[in-house]
Write a protein that binds this ligand. Structure first.
Ligand code: PHE
Length: 395
């Protein structure tokens, strides 16, 4: 299921659909390397940068997000583009690696002269790139990074999803009210800002509501053996385990927990969302839960239309939360470009900041004074290897 991504999708798709001369502007050997010396294609396209983990440990995050983003860009172009210009999406792979986000976003900003940057999914990688966009006064929109610090980097940094104080609260209430747990162990990825933040917000709410943290154990992204931490967790006698990490580790954690005879509910946040969760975790994922941003089972017409279009474009694949948020991030940007009447960085920033009640597939996006959105969360249960929609929690 490894897809091959090149950097010029949108442009290629555009050329196919319109017979435009635009592809002729790029030498074929430049595709995939993306070098065009920073020359805008004679001002008749609007260049939008995207950075995403298309490969590596969190590859499904970047691939999903990219597919949603590209679908939106293609639809906008098919409808005539924005302000009479086509959008060109220039995508760079962060390889799920530390350090890559900064270097690829620097290229998108300085070399490609993108007017805005979409990305990343993981908060740690958005945090790496945000100062570059802020300093260059190029608006950045993260589709799905939920750590509050991302938009705190500065007034050119936005997101179209909820933030982790909300997600932590949702899962604390879920533990208390649905799991009926009073004593929860927490297992945190100390190397991921997302994990550290979500663990903190969960603990605050859970303890404030009278719950107890049995024990907190830590690991580091990329670890494969969680037996020591799980043994300590078992000894602390919790009623459930909260593991706010990404799917690779979550699958291994559940598997090793079951091997150690820990048959408690294990639950996490949006970082669990990937088909690989059950590929890695297998049967061990039964009795696990996580919160996320959207469910393709949502009956809303806009969601069902999106699911249909996405499946048609991407080989029958059902769009997940990253795909939906990627899609919305591109639409929110296009809407702001229209309202700004152009792509000047400051004007575009101001238009983005004024985004209000913009209807997308993940609900209405209104950007608050801190450039964050407020949206409902969805809770998913993993049952027999399937992701089953359980409930929607409104802010
Ligand atoms: N919210 C996660 C983060 O901030 C990323 C994520 C979003 C993962 C949506 C899955 C789904 O790092």
């Amino acid at each position: 299921m490894k897809a091959q991504f090149t950097r010029r999708h949108a442009l290629a798709a555009l050329a196919v659909s319109t017979g435009s001369f635009l592809t002729a502007c790029k030498k074929p050997e430049e595709a995939g390397k993306g070098g065009d010396g920073g020359k805008a294609a004679s001002g008749d396209v609007i260049k939008v940068g995207e950075f995403a983990s298309l490969t590596g440990k969190e590859a499904t995050f970047g691939q999903s997000s990219h597919k949603g983003t590209l679908l939106a860009i293609e639809e906008l172009n098919a409808a005539g583009g924005v302000l009479g210009k086509k959008l060109e999406l220039i995508t760079e792979d962060t390889q799920s690696k530390q350090g890559e986000s900064a270097s690829v976003v620097r290229k998108l900003v300085s070399r490609d002269k993108c007017i805005a940057i979409l990305g990343e999914v993981a908060s740690g990688r958005s945090l790496e790139a945000a100062p570059i966009c802020q300093n260059a006064k190029v608006p950045m929109i993260s589709p799905s990074s939920t750590n509050p610090k991302v938009t705190e980097v500065g007034d050119f940094v936005f997101r179209v999803c909820f933030i982790d104080p909300f997600q932590g609260t949702v899962m604390a209430l879920f533990a208390k009210n649905t799991l009926r747990a009073k004593n929860v162990a927490v297992l945190t990825d100390a190397a991921a800002p997302y994990s550290v933040g979500l663990a903190t917000f969960f603990k605050e709410k859970f303890v404030a509501d009278g719950g107890k943290i049995a024990v907190e154990q830590k690991f580091s992204s990329g670890d494969k053996d969680f037996k020591a931490q799980l043994t300590a967790i078992k000894a602390s006698n919790p009623e459930a385990i909260f593991a706010p990490c990404y799917y690779t580790e979550a699958g291994l954690i559940a598997q090793q927990a079951r091997q150690l005879g820990i048959n408690l509910p294990i639950f996490g946040g949006d970082g669990w969302e990937a088909p690989e969760l059950v590929t890695i975790g297998g049967k061990a994922m039964d009795g696990t839960f996580y919160s996320t941003h959207y469910s393709p089972e949502d009956k809303a017409e806009m969601v069902q239309t999106f699911v249909k279009k996405f499946k048609a474009r991407w080989n029958g694949e059902v769009p997940d939360a990253m795909a939906a948020l990627g899609y919305d991030s591109a639409l929110v940007l296009a809407d702001a470009i229209k309202r700004a009447g152009g792509t000047d960085g400051q004007k575009l920033r101001d238009a983005l900041a004024a985004t209000k009640d913009f209807v997308g597939v993940t609900g209405k996006t209104t950007l608050d004074a801190k450039r964050n959105a407020t949206k409902p969360a969805v809770i998913i249960e993993v049952k027999d290897g399937k992701f089953v929609y359980k409930e929607t929690v409104n802010p």
